[in-house]
Design a protein around this ligand. Sequence first.
Ligand SMILES: Nc1ncnc2c1ncn2[C@@H]1O[C@H](COP(=O)(O)OP(=O)(O)OP(=O)(O)O)[C@@H](O)[C@H]1O
Ligand SMILES: [Mg+2]
Length: 316
Amino acid sequence: MLENLSKCNYYACMIYRQILHSQPAPMGYGGCQGEIYGEKGTGKTILLAKLASDLALRGIPVVWRFRPKRDHLPYILSLLPEDHDVPINFWVYETDEPHFFEQDGLSLKRVEIEYKNYSRPSELVNRKIKKGLNVVLAPSTSNEDYEPSEKFIDEVMTLNPAIEVDELYKVRSGVFWFEFAWSLVHRKNRKFIAFMFDEMSEWCPANQAGALYHLNGILAMWINDFRGTNIHFFFTAHDSRDIDWRVYASRIEFSFYFRGARVRDKHRVKQENVDMLKNLQYWVAHGYYFGFGVVFPPKTNKILFAFADEKGEIPF
Ligand SMILES: Nc1ncnc2c1ncn2[C@@H]1O[C@H](COP(=O)(O)OP(=O)(O)OP(=O)(O)O)[C@@H](O)[C@H]1O
Ligand SMILES: [Mg+2]
């Protein structure tokens, strides 16, 4: 971020630095939660990648949710300095065997990526995820093996008895990221960890029904605990209205607006300022402060894809 100083408003830099240099709760600020909004192609993923690379360079384990359909992971890799010592690990569910493809401009070619296996979100969070960049692929939708853990089911049933247990078993891998968030809050240490989720509307859409609707409400509650448990959490969406309002209205304290974003109620950034932005420019607000910032384009045009097998894709 320091290299951006000349192009950034002082307060935008200050907010960004607060995220990078946050001290453990309860003495310090703890985990930071941020939302990034803007229309297509304005720079949301680049900013998420910038945050991911800066946090990883500071020695914080960063979880990057791999978006099988079109992941911009190469953005992060291109932001890391050539001589970086950030370990990069891909985590794949134990019975999935994904194939990876790389899009570079107009070409699409198969690439080999080494990955390691996991069996449960709690295993990932407590034992497998270490400092560096941890790219996590959720179990594929076609995989019948994955089942949410009983402890997780017991807790969500206690929190909301309206949830139908059978439904949780039916949606299977759709529950994965909820169980992941639950595992984060219940992890066995309080070291900083960062969780980055590009395209949040794929996880918690505004129009969810049934058990997944109730899980969104429970997730909002866990997100409330992220700050005190030193969990950084950042996500992107085109518009907050695409996401279940309980999730973003919970305690998302850092808001980044790119062009085309709708400023949320009571925020200090003015809508007309957001409407004047160009690509890769943003306004950021945190509590009393707000400021204007810029992200630089990545040095790569590459995009990664993953497919589970001939039968199906890995879900969100
Ligand atoms: N290698 C590159 N060189 C220059 N500009 C780039 C490069 N890669 C991306 N960009 C710019 O970044 C913009 C896309 O940024 P980004 O992927 O962060 O957008 P986004 O807001 O996440 O879009 P979407 O809503 O489609 O996910 C593009 O419009 C393009 O102008
Ligand atoms: Mg994007």
